[in-house]
Design a protein around this ligand. Structure first.
Ligand SMILES: N[C@@H](CCC(=O)N[C@@H](CS)C(=O)NCC(=O)O)C(=O)O
Length: 230
């Protein structure tokens, strides 16, 4: 299988299936398509044109089959690998996990818009202003807190549904976003956030993102240059 992804520093959607496959031990070949821009003439769009008509990453190619959109890819992988229990085994837990991922997938647009994933950056001062001025972002974070608490209470941890599942792969970029912008997370959720950030697949993604050193101005609403550059 081939997984098409974008720049690791900036690409939370692609991070989900990548982390899922790595952490679950599903072999795949990574194809990184540099996000020079999302314009129709960009080499990003031109490269993807021959892969997926959606023109976005992630896209998973399995033989003749192309699966696009991170949630559909996760479903496909769960289907293809029932032995791995990528969704929780218990039916009710599976329904909760699907609900949580669907909610994340279609919601949290205020947080997503104001605090784009940017692993190389540290933007606590931006986060403080966002936190002060954006009740919609605060509401998104409050909802995350409520959701994570409920799921962890229900499963008993250590991850959202006990063992690693698709839900953890989906929420990993969210945890990293909160860190970049230093958005406040209650103390009781810190150990969970830490566990998610320390999953080997998440660590590998972050390491490779930091090694990219590919500053993309169109993905940078808050910075003119990378960290450490005068
Ligand atoms: N809902 C899609 C979103 C994918 C997405 O927006 N990917 C971004 C990169 S992280 C992209 O390819 N954007 C190109 C564009 O918007 O034209 C998914 O879950 O896969």
């Amino acid at each position: 299988m081939k997984l098409y992804i974008g720049n690791k520093n900036y690409s939370p959607w692609a991070m989900r299936p990548w982390v899922l496959m790595r952490q679950a031990g599903i072999p795949f070949e990574e194809v990184l398509v540099r996000m020079d821009s999302f314009g129709s003439g960009s080499s990003f769009k031109q490269t993807l044109a021959s892969v997926s008509s959606a023109g976005k990453v992630p896209a998973l190619v399995d033989g003749e089959l192309v699966v696009w959109d991170s949630l559909a890819i996760a479903e496909y992988l769960a289907d293809r690998h029932p032995e791995l229990a990528l969704w929780p085994r218990e039916r009710a837990a599976r329904a909760w996990a699907r609900s949580a991922c669907a909610e994340l997938h279609s919601g949290f647009s205020a947080l997503r818009g104001a605090c784009g994933m940017n692993l190389e950056a540290q933007l606590p001062e931006v986060g403080a202003i966002v936190w002060r001025d954006r009740p919609d972002v605060r509401a998104d974070v409050e909802r995350l807190v409520e959701l994570w608490r409920r799921l962890l209470e229900r499963s008993g941890g250590p991850l959202l549904f006990g063992d690693f599942s698709i839900a953890d792969a989906f929420f990993a970029p969210t945890v990293l976003r909160l860190r970049t912008y230093a958005l406040p997370l209650p103390k009781d959720l810190e150990p969970f956030a830490q566990r998610l950030a320390q999953l080997p697949a998440v660590q590998q993604w972050v390491r490779e993102a930091l090694a990219e050193r590919d500053f993309l101005p169109f993905m940078e609403p808050y910075r003119a240059r990378p960290r450490g550059e005068p």
